[in-house]
Design a protein around this ligand. Structure first.
Ligand code: ADP
Length: 276
């Protein structure tokens, strides 16, 4: 439909923006990180020098008055105590701040595109069962019934860790949307040159506005501190980077169905289309 097309164009340009920003920010960050490392090393030497000076200073107590006054002046100008106490701490917290920025950039790049790492053959049924195991506690706490209709499917080429992340995000959303005692249905079936995974819940569903924004980074309807609004957008990016398609159907107060198609082989053009 028209709305879906507009949404995917918007996501594609957000992805490009994110990739561009990540790239642009990474260079100065690397530069500042290197400078900080050099400063940290030099600072170690300066601190040692200050300590040595203070030791030597003790022997100067008998020196002429004039020299002593001059030394006292230099010391207060340089603020040796501050230098020794606060500078290492400032450098440390700057380095930590930089690490946080690098983490944010990494997340942006995950949304923007998959790092070109080695691809494996991913066994999707295994991915689903291990993810269910990880979410066992949440499933039991809410007395959710998990029904599966999984046909035997061939492995798909891709990044196992990333595909697990998608299945985890989608299942967690389904669990969070589900009322106590309801069921979630997981289907797996072969379709044209792809494997389809469907996760269907009979939970709270979404209104039109939410459905239209579901793949938008940082969009969430969950209370502050619960949702980050990154689960669906990051999953969308991962599926797209595998040459696949992720879509959502939802009816308010009835439930939601998420469909993911992961291709069995990458066509020569799909690599190119990712850039669109
Ligand atoms: P988060 O879960 O952190 O809010 P997501 O990107 O995973 O972020 O989801 C964005 C929003 O999409 C959710 O806040 C919720 O409103 C909606 N949503 C996602 N999955 C479902 C679902 N299965 N049922 C109802 N709403 C959903």
């Amino acid at each position: 439909t028209q709305a879906a097309l507009v949404a995917s164009e918007k996501l594609a340009s957000l992805g490009q923006l994110a990739a561009g920003m990540a790239h642009e920010i990474n260079n100065p960050i690397a530069f500042v990180t290197n400078n900080l490392a050099v400063l940290r090393r030099d600072l170690g030497e300066i601190v040692t020098l200050v300590e040595k000076y203070e030791e030597a200073r003790a022997y100067l107590s008998g020196a002429p008055q004039e020299l002593m006054e001059e030394l006292t002046q230099i010391e207060s100008d340089c603020d040796f105590a501050w230098l020794r106490q606060h500078l290492p701490q400032l450098l440390q917290s700057s380095t930590e701040g930089l690490t946080r920025v690098r983490d944010i950039i990494k997340n942006l790049r995950d949304f923007a595109r998959l790092d070109q790492a080695a691809q494996d053959d991913v066994a999707l049924i295994h991915a689903v069962t291990t993810t269910l195991e990880v979410l066992k506690h949440d499933i039991e706490k809410q007395h959710i019934g998990i029904k599966t209709e999984m046909q035997t499917v061939p492995p798909v080429p891709g990044r196992g860790d990333k595909i697990n992340q998608v299945i985890y995000n989608v299942l967690l959303n389904a669990i969070q949307a589900s009322p106590e005692g309801s069921s979630i249905l997981i289907r797996m079936l072969p379709v044209d040159n792809a494997v389809r995974i469907e996760v269907e819940d009979s939970g709270c569903g979404m209104d039109q506005e939410t459905l239209g924004r579901v793949f938008e980074p940082f969009f969430t309807t969950k209370p502050v501190g619960t949702g980050t609004g990154l689960g669906m957008s990051v999953s969308y990016g991962i599926v797209r980077d595998h040459g696949g398609i992720m879509s959502v159907e939802s009816q308010l107060n009835c439930g939601t169905k998420v469909t993911i198609d992961l291709p069995l082989a990458r066509s020569a053009t799909s690599e190119h289309e990712q850039l669109e």
